[in-house]
Write a protein that binds this ligand. Structure first.
Ligand SMILES: [Fe+2]
Length: 300
């Protein structure tokens, strides 16, 4: 297990955990190869900030619509569905079925529009329409996977343990240093080597910090929710349904992987002669036999 029991306990106690060197060297290298094709020049610039900045570095980041799962290639998609990320999210929410609500690539450098010293905040405000209770049944787990080294100078994410605000209703969701200095005095910065992971709850105060020196940071936001709660989730995957990359991914995925993105499971009453014909027409390469052959569930 790459995420140890001790790290799981740390998350339960503090609302976050840092897992250094989470990715195996091969996974990290393949992911970086894909990133180099996707956003050329950013990794090279991060490694050598004395060199030229990537082309278009000062343009606002492409919107989440265009830096979102599925990615060209296979490794960033595989990391989105990483068995350890799924296991950890599942342990946190009591072994419920999961919904992957987010997988976005994020990149920024000094003076980039996203280079900001943020105020402490909780992320639930754009991950649910309701409020995230302490009951783990409703826990959403958010991850940041880092693809470049993050030192004190390279905009580390800062996070403050839940111990400092346990039993408080997390409202308002933002606090300035003047309003709530203790959140800042007790922050821990995720300074980590490339391939590391920060997991934090949508109830945990954290913030992005600014670059102190020239440099760049490339990371991936991945979030999981319990599948049974349709009020949870930062986005809806059908919005991506017209992208050829999505068609390619969904045609080749396993039924269990498709379910994690909200696709109806084998045996669901949704499946009929009509829906099998329609889904087959839309996704000609998809093997429909699991949906055709599975007996219908009794939905009472
Ligand atoms: Fe945040």
């Amino acid at each position: 297990m790459r995420i140890t029991d001790r790290q799981i306990e740390h998350y339960r106690e503090h609302g976050y955990v840092i897992v250094e060197n989470f990715l195996e060297p091969g996974e990290l290298a393949r992911a970086r190869d894909e990133i180099e094709v996707y956003i050329p020049g950013w990794l090279g610039y991060a490694a050598n900030p004395r060199g030229a900045k990537p082309e278009g570095w000062d343009k606002p980041a492409r919107s989440r619509r265009t830096t979102r799962f599925p990615f060209p290639g296979t490794q960033l998609n595989a990391i989105t569905l990483h068995p350890e990320l799924r296991r950890f999210a599942s342990v946190m929410n009591g072994q419920q079925a999961l919904y992957c609500e987010q997988s976005d690539l994020s990149y920024k450098c000094k003076e980039h529009p996203a280079d900001k010293d943020q105020h402490m905040h909780v992320d639930y405000i754009n991950h649910t329409l309701a409020y995230p209770p302490v009951d783990p049944t409703y826990w959403q787990t958010t991850y940041l996977v880092y693809y470049t080294d993050v030192t004190e100078d390279q905009a580390p994410t800062a996070v403050c343990s839940e111990r400092h605000y346990a039993n408080e209703i997390r409202w308002p969701p933002f606090h300035s240093p003047e309003e709530r200095p203790s959140l800042y005095e007790n922050e821990v910065k995720a300074t980590v080597p490339a391939g590391s992971l920060l997991a934090y709850s949508v109830r945990t105060f954290h913030r992005g910090t600014a670059f102190k020196k020239e440099g760049a940071r490339v990371s991936q936001f991945i979030s999981y929710s319990p599948a049974a709660c349709p009020w949870l989730g930062i986005n809806g995957w059908p919005e991506q349904g017209t992208r050829p990359e999505f068609r390619d991914w969904i045609e080749r995925a396993e039924p269990r992987e498709r379910e994690i993105f909200g696709f109806p499971a084998p045996g669901h009453p949704y499946w009929s002669e009509e829906t099998l014909a329609g889904v087959g027409a839309r996704y000609p390469e998809m093997d429909l036999s699991p949906y055709r052959d599975c007996p219908k569930e009794e939905i009472g």
